[in-house]
Ligand binder design. Sequence first.
Ligand code: BES
Ligand code: MN
Ligand code: ZN
Length: 486
Amino acid sequence: MLSAVRVEVADKPLAEADAGLVAVLVFEGDDLPAELRDARGADDVRGGYRKSTLIHPESPARVAVIGLGKPEDFAPERARVAAAIAVGAADGLRAHSLAIALPDTGAGADSADAAAALVDGAILASYRFDRYRSAQSEEDGEAPGKLESLTLIGDPAAAQPAESARIAAEAANRARELQDLPSNRATPAFLAERALEIAATHDAVKVKVIERDEMAERGMGGLEAVSAGTDTPPKLIVMRIEGEGPLTALVGKAVTFDSGGISIKPAGSMHEMKMDMSGGAAVIEAMAAIAELGLPANLLALIPATENMPSGHAVKPGDIITQLNGKTVEVNNTDAEGRLILADALAYSVELGAERIVDLATLTGAVLVALGSTYAALVSNDDEWAGEVFAAAERTGELAWRLPLHDEYKQLSKGTAADLTNAAAKRKAGTIYAASFLEEFVDGRPWAHLDIAGTAWDVGREYVGKGPTGYGVRLLVDLVRSQGSS
Ligand code: BES
Ligand code: MN
Ligand code: ZN
């Protein structure tokens, strides 16, 4: 498991900050705090967004001054970025502890949000995946400074938002580790074990795991078809947190390796498809964080988990299957597997009484073409529910942009011999078409789909850089929290 970062808030003078590196955030045009003005290097400080200057007062020995840009442009995202830059500076100095002075964000911005965002940025930026590297000796000087503790210097009122942010950000880092783990480790059984571990730790969480035989007995033809080619047992992971209010279903695609199946992918970047379980990982760790935070919620989480492999017993292009809700599908492309397993999971959530649904899935390469790695695609049949998901995305910086549904897109998913086909003949509106296919399985319930194929990996932002991002964990936690308060 990942080691957690200790987070505390302390109201004390900078000179007394007991940390390997102290960081101060400044706005463009503002003066440095009085006690730093005479520091060596202080004249070089400008305050432009992302600008970092190391200065040397008498005490502490060194301070990283990080620019936030113009005060009127401030948003929590800038605090995430600045905190990540501070972690980078601490890393370079081999410092294991970091103190950040809470900036005075003025009347416009909420200081609790700024404190939470600093914690987000620092913890996310400190994520490492080095468990498969042979231990490096101290002398070779390569071992980076792993952040162990973070102190926010300022108003103790920030302690509670900081602690909540820590819990969600650590959960995001755990989801990132699941994303990073290769498919020979992070199997469907491994994900199921993780869910059971969460249930063992948190009384509020109940877990049930549906095995291959039971999937078939229940009529989950999509899960049965996609898992037909693999010898690794598939699992449908069912998690519950019981509470008041409408039952919300969180559904996450967990294809632990997507080779494409018989419609096999090119070799060049096939190895990247160990991350095709990112939606499921986000849902699992969001449930853990929600339980740890003790948020009041009535939640059902469904994580269909399987490999997608070619073999003598794999599903073949042209095969016709029957999904859990009775709709038939021509599997014209075995690489469009995510929608097949999600279709069953969505229909199962309806069977179990879900009153609104959000799903996360690395579903289409097309979303990378449309939105790159900056925004996930949000597709929904319900403006109000879409609005709530959108607002959570904005608040957490796990951005989403809405794409439309339209009757005309339904033409794309009409089958020739069955009700539907899983892959349209023409390469039109791939992301919307996949979402429109999913809509066939939600029985008209308010539903929001997030296509995270672009945002789950290699976003290249200061605090999530290369590799896994844990996209969706903080968004889901925020969404559930906002339900509780409305
Ligand atoms: N898992 C992929 C989508 C994906 C692409 C995820 C890039 C992450 C990065 C999905 O199962 C897939 O293969 N989709 C196909 C669908 C097509 C065959 C209709 C795609 O997008 O090419
Ligand atoms: Mn695929
Ligand atoms: Zn896939």
